[in-house]
Design a protein around this ligand. Structure first.
Ligand code: KG4
Ligand code: ZN
Length: 351
């Protein structure tokens, strides 16, 4: 089977063709960084307009690079949430038009499910597995039981971890997006110079909190007045180490619960989402996996950040199970993977 995947839920316009036998035939990602950089973050209206400007051309490029015509496709898969609603609607309407014009099957994809399943495109990971999904909008620990079947063990009670990276970078004037900038600056830094908090460490549940860490970085930055490059490097290294400790501690707790749920036979841990591109955090979680006797599997970095191939792949997984959608499928700003998960303690909980 062969599917065209379309992604427009945030600031990447992306289209890809994935074949269930031959793998990724094309994966074109256009980042809108330059459009958003002057504002220090993603501006939803600018994102939606940029998707309109670029999506047609990107789909054409994805089809040409893959060397296929619409007659060679089995279906079209598109992110239909969660995300910035204007952008989601651009992708959704385009995908519906393509499916309708060419008589193709249509699959509405939850962006988070696409991050969760992306690893199965490159590695033969069997269900169930424990997933840490870390991106700009989400920080969740999930048991992936199957396609469309998730149990959420933990989520953030305030900021997502990628958001904390982005805000730290903004505070230190390192530019946007913050994750790669903080990771690069941290390489020359001393993680022990500043004493930064590790929110929620040691708690019985698997939830996260990052706003206290962000506030601590702000306080230290204000205390320094005009931070030097070395100050910035030390703060970034300290931030990354604290974030790593929090992620590792909460994941350790989730591993205990996961083992209780599964009887301890399937000990696979997957990290996905944009923040999974961070090599320091990958290594930190790798050590945890060794300690806890879990196999760690990470999608390649190009499949961790937003892309069309993961959407096409989720479409293939769904099509293989006969799970298609009608052209009535709505755009959704919010779309939790596990709607039955109990709310996390604290204000401003993100699903
Ligand atoms: O999954 P993604 O591409 O988009 C969302 O669905 O949110 O994730 C984007 C997030 C941003 O917050 C970005 O700063 C973060 O992933 N990120 C990183 C790194 N690369 C991207 N965070 C830490 N280290 C990185 N190397
Ligand atoms: Zn994403």
């Amino acid at each position: 089977m062969r599917v065209l995947g379309i992604e427009t839920s945030c600031d990447e316009t992306a289209a890809a063709v994935v074949d269930s036998e031959r793998g990724i035939l094309s994966n074109i990602v256009l980042s809108q960084l330059d459009e958003h950089r002057p504002y220090g973050g993603v501006v939803p209206e600018i994102a939606a307009r940029a998707h309109i400007d670029h999506l047609d051309g990107l789909i054409r490029e994805a089809m040409e690079t893959a060397g296929v015509s619409y007659a060679d496709l089995d279906g079209v898969a598109v992110t239909s949430g969660p995300g910035l609603i204007g952008g989601v609607m651009v992708g959704l309407m385009t995908a519906k038009a393509v499916a309708s014009a060419h008589g193709l099957k249509f699959v509405a994809i939850n962006h988070l499910e696409a991050h969760a399943l992306a690893v199965r495109m490159t590695d033969k990971v069997a269900f169930p597995y424990l997933l840490l999904l870390v991106s700009g909008g989400h920080c969740q620990l999930l048991v992936v039981e199957g396609v469309g079947r998730f149990r959420r063990l933990g989520t953030t009670i305030d900021d997502a971890v990628g958001e904390a990276f982005d805000k730290t970078a903004k505070l230190l004037g390192l530019g946007y997006p913050g994750g790669p900038a903080v990771e690069a600056a941290a390489q020359a830094g001393d993680p022990a110079r500043f004493h930064l908090p590790r929110p929620l460490i040691g708690r019985d549940d698997c939830h996260f909190s990052f706003s206290g860490l962000k506030t601590a970085i702000r306080r230290e930055t204000e205390r320094l007045g005009v931070p030097t490059d070395q100050d910035k490097a030390d703060l970034c290294a300290g931030f990354q180490a604290a974030a790593g400790d929090v992620l590792a501690d909460r994941t350790r707790r989730a591993m205990v619960i996961f083992n209780e749920m599964t009887g301890g036979a399937n000990r696979t841990f997957v990290i996905s989402g944009g923040v999974a591109a961070n090599k320091y955090l990958r290594a930190r979680l790798g050590v945890l996996c060794e300690q806890q006797d879990f196999a760690m599997v990470c999608p390649p970095i190009s499949l961790c950040t937003d892309n069309g191939a993961m959407i096409a792949w989720a479409g293939l997984e769904r099509l293989a199970l006969g799970m298609t959608d009608t052209l009535e499928a709505p755009a959704r700003a919010r779309w939790p993977l596990d709607p039955d998960a109990p709310a996390a303690m604290g204000a401003g909980v993100k699903a």
